[in-house]
Design a protein around this ligand. Structure first.
Ligand code: N01
Length: 511
């Protein structure tokens, strides 16, 4: 069995893992390894290849601030272009040579004796081990598909495919299709699949609020301006950021301010659906913003197609040949698409990360709920930094902004550890408790708490542990510097080298 000793191990080669690798390297830290179970970079943008997969955050905001992309073809990007962008950035920064693909982390445990993370891996099935002073968890909250627990699903005789594990070889042409779910993934894939399917039943449990998607191709003049007018793309990015940020006010502090958004959504329904009864079925019954506000121009017209039925009677069971609803109606299909989201607050990954007292993240969070400090560190888990950890999700703007905020925090943490010869860093229980009390306080008037919906933002106890309540620039401010006072640190014979010129390193992330 091979063993690697490194200063830092990064799990995940998506936006956050790759960003961490680049920022470490730019700051003179080269003793790291990136581990990813996939074939290349991209994380969720590599894994979600269903037809119509696209980003509902404007392209200008959906890139690293240090690697803006003047070549985006459209104002909202589609999956293949984002996947390509991430791989291009990785190549530009030479991160491929530091990355081990097709490598699954099977267990990662903190060893007090070694003051190291002992990380068990399997590369193409061959076991190995990595020992690291610091572990960075960059797996993202949307990586483990959630298969619905519906009676009989295992006995279905046709094809079952999850939206996040698409089978490009399966031909939907002429097939009878059932799609379970009406979230962000379903509303993108249904219009595409409906174009070729013989018939498509959409099983809706909760209708989502959907605004129009103002997507368009960038003109040649715009591309010229992105490339040649200094500051033009940054200024546009800043404008888009500011416009999106305004929504955070309504979501967090004053849901009534979202009324205009609801009216836009209602107009979208009226424009897209001719049939009155169908319009009523497609109209949500909770406050806009409580679940993610979606963007689409073709979802409602797709529901209105002759070969599409919107089924709102709950699913009772799945048989060998199809889906039976609670009213007893059986609908036979050839293929069932489960667009039922991800294990967010109960990810299986949490069971594989074991802290100082021998308990896993899953065990600890089962007790106290998914919580940490500044979305990054968790009491009981020394030298572990989570990217997009608890309380960092957003309903209104780009996660890349949050990731880059955490990258500032990471870089300052690593610099501090090196400068001060720190061997063990653990956020204190008090700091974590106080931070989470602040989060819950900020959530009290939010639409997520008061909007009358169930959502994946909530954990099993009904607490919202996934979202950052408020403006993202406040998170940026909170993570600008590593606030060592919130941590219990131990110093010793430092396992890591001191930075040569710690303060002459590239600046942190921008908007
Ligand atoms: O998953 P979801 P998703 N029986 O959890 C339904 C991001 N994303 O993959 O609402 C019947 O949102 C469930 O019903 P209900 C984005 O952050 C981004 O679509 O719980 N139905 C819901 O309709 C997003 O929020 C982009 O009542 C069941 C659906 O399945 C996140 O990914 C694009 C069920 C799940 O919706 C997840 O989106 C795509 C059951 N047993 C995704 N279980 C961008 O554009 C679940 N459902 C950036």
């Amino acid at each position: 069995m091979t063993t690697n000793d490194v200063e830092i191990a990064i799990i995940g080669a998506g936006f956050s893992g790759l960003g961490a690798a680049i920022k470490l390297r730019q700051n003179g830290v080269d003793d790291f390894i990136v581990l990813d179970r996939g074939q290349d970079f991209g994380g969720t943008w590599r894994d979600n290849t269903y037809p119509g997969a696209a980003c509902d955050v404007p392209s200008q905001l959906y890139s690293y601030s240090f690697a803006k992309n003047p070549a985006w073809s459209r104002s909202y990007s589609h999956q293949p272009e984002i996947h390509r962008y991430i791989n291009d950035v990785a190549a530009e920064h030479g991160i491929g040579a530091k990355t081990r693909f097709r490598t699954e982390v099977t267990n990662a445990a903190w060893s007090e004796d070694d003051q190291r993370w002992i990380i068990d891996i399997e590369t193409d099935g061959t076991p190995g081990q990595v020992r690291a002073h610091t572990l960075i968890g960059g797996v993202g909250p949307l990586c483990e598909p959630n298969l619905p627990d519906i009676e009989g699903i295992d006995g279905f005789g046709g094809k079952i495919v999850h939206s996040a594990r698409w089978d490009a070889d399966y031909d939907f042409a002429g097939k009878r299709v059932a799609v379970i779910g009406t979230g962000a993934s379903a509303i993108q894939l249904v219009p595409e699949v409906a174009k070729v399917a013989a018939h498509l039943d959409v099983y809706q449990r909760t209708a989502p609020w959907i605004v129009p998607r103002t997507e368009r191709a960038y003109s040649g003049a715009e591309h010229w301006a992105f490339r040649n007018i200094p500051g033009y793309q940054s200024a546009l990015r800043g404008l888009v950021y500011a416009a999106n940020e305004a929504t955070a006010f309504g979501l967090t502090y004053s849901p009534r301010a979202l009324k205009p958004v609801e009216l836009v959504c209602r107009a979208n329904i009226a424009r897209g659906i001719r049939d009155k009864a169908l319009r009523a079925k497609a109209t949500p019954k909770f406050q806009v913003g409580c679940k993610r506000i979606l963007r689409s121009n073709d979802w409602y017209p797709a529901l209105d197609r002759d070969n599409v039925d919107l089924v709102t009677d709950g699913i009772d069971r799945i048989t060998a040949t199809g889906v039976v609803t609670k009213d007893g109606t059986a609908r036979d299909v050839d293929v069932i698409v489960v667009a039922t989201g991800f294990h967010v607050t109960d990810s299986p990954v949490f069971g594989k990360i074991v802290g100082a007292d021998g308990r896993s993240l899953a065990q600890v969070w089962d007790e106290i709920g998914m919580q940490g400090y500044k979305g990054s560190f968790v009491h009981g888990f020394p030298n572990l930094m989570l990217m997009i950890g608890p309380s960092t999700g957003l309903g209104h703007t780009s996660m890349v902004y949050m990731i880059e905020s955490q990258l500032n925090y990471l870089v300052d943490y690593v610099k501090t550890v090196r400068r001060e010869g720190i061997t063990r860093t653990e956020v204190t229980e008090d700091a974590q408790r106080e931070f989470n009390a602040g989060i819950q306080h900020n959530l009290r008037n939010s639409v997520w708490v008061n909007g009358g919906c169930a959502s994946w933002y909530k954990d099993a106890n009904g607490n919202i542990t996934t979202l950052w309540p408020g403006f993202t620039f406040n998170f940026r401010r909170a993570t600008r510097k590593f606030d060592i006072a919130a941590y219990r640190v131990e110093r010793g014979a430092s396992p890591v080298r001191a930075l040569p010129t710690a303060d002459e390193t590239p600046a942190g992330a921008g908007v």
